[in-house]
Write a protein that binds this ligand. Structure first.
Ligand SMILES: C[S@@+](CC[C@H](N)C(=O)[O-])C[C@H]1O[C@@H](n2cnc3c(N)ncnc32)[C@H](O)[C@@H]1O
Length: 250
């Protein structure tokens, strides 16, 4: 197993994800197709290609430039510039004022950001402890450097949020543009986060455009609204040109 995991990760965009994530994608595929890791070279190569494609859906498509380029920017101390190097933060640049006003109105003393990407660079603040979770170690290293440079007390966790049993208790939990990419059982995962994460407030968002920038046919997530209604959670909604935010108190 170890050797095929290494082979799968032997691509720049997948090199920094946790082994456990690769093992779970691989095991799931093998189980579903009732096969074991093939000895045959051609079949093994085909399997590696399939698992990489699956992993890229989670982790391989948001970075807009190389890590070495980002490291140069970190050295210059211009963290704001880095927001342009992750597709999610880049798309949100014009909307951060609005998001930060919304966060300020909650006045959280602790924030949990699940699948954070580089978002902490735009919303983390002094006086609030920040817990950042993502499968991309390279992004978390940038977040960590940002915390250090700005004296923000925070911690990073290079983990698959689907597998984490217990998150820290917080005033605000952010799950921005993540639920749609967690795989088939997103409703169950959303239910798990909403019921098990001990957060007084949640801000959960979804993209309203595809990665190529086209408007989505169904920007509102009825499945998610139904879930909120089933859980008797009242919410407010804010829609920007790129994203839809569901804001709720528990
Ligand atoms: C569309 S981006 C959103 C990033 C950030 N939340 C934002 O809106 O700026 C999705 C993020 O979720 C992370 N991610 C995907 N699957 C994950 C998982 N199972 N556990 C933790 N993070 C995950 C990706 O690495 C990526 O940074």
């Amino acid at each position: 197993m170890d050797s095929i995991v290494g082979e799968i990760k032997n691509k720049k965009e997948l090199s920094d994800i946790p082994d456990d994530l690769v093992i779970s994608a691989l095991s799931e595929y093998l189980r579903k197709h009732k096969i074991s890791v093939p000895q045959n070279k051609k079949a093994r190569k085909a399997l590696i290609k399939i698992i990489r494609a699956e992993l890229r859906r989670y982790a391989g498509q948001y970075s807009l430039s190389s890590q070495s380029k980002k490291e140069k920017i970190i050295k210059s101390g211009n963290f704001e510039e880095l927001l342009k190097h992750h597709s999610s933060t880049k798309e949100r640049l014009n909307d951060y004022n609005l998001l930060n006003e919304t966060i300020s109105s909650i006045n959280p003393k602790s924030i949990l950001d699940l699948g954070c990407g580089l978002n902490p660079l735009a919303v983390a603040r002094k006086g609030a402890i920040y817990h950042a979770y993502d499968i991309k170690k390279d992004d978390l290293d940038i977040v960590s450097a940002f915390f250090k440079a700005n004296n923000i007390s925070g911690d990073i966790h290079n983990l698959d949020i689907r597998e984490v049993k217990k998150f820290p208790e917080v005033d605000l939990c952010l799950i921005l543009k993540v639920l749609d990419i967690l795989g088939n059982n997103k409703t169950e995962l959303a239910r798990k986060f909403l019921t098990e994460v001990k957060a007084k407030n949640f801000i959960i968002s979804f993209a309203t455009r595809t990665l190529s920038g086209k408007p989505m046919n169904r920007p509102y997530r009825r499945w998610f609204e139904n879930l909120l209604n089933n859980l008797s959670l009242k919410y407010e909604m804010i829609r920007t040109s790129q994203e839809i935010f569901y804001i709720l108190k528990k």
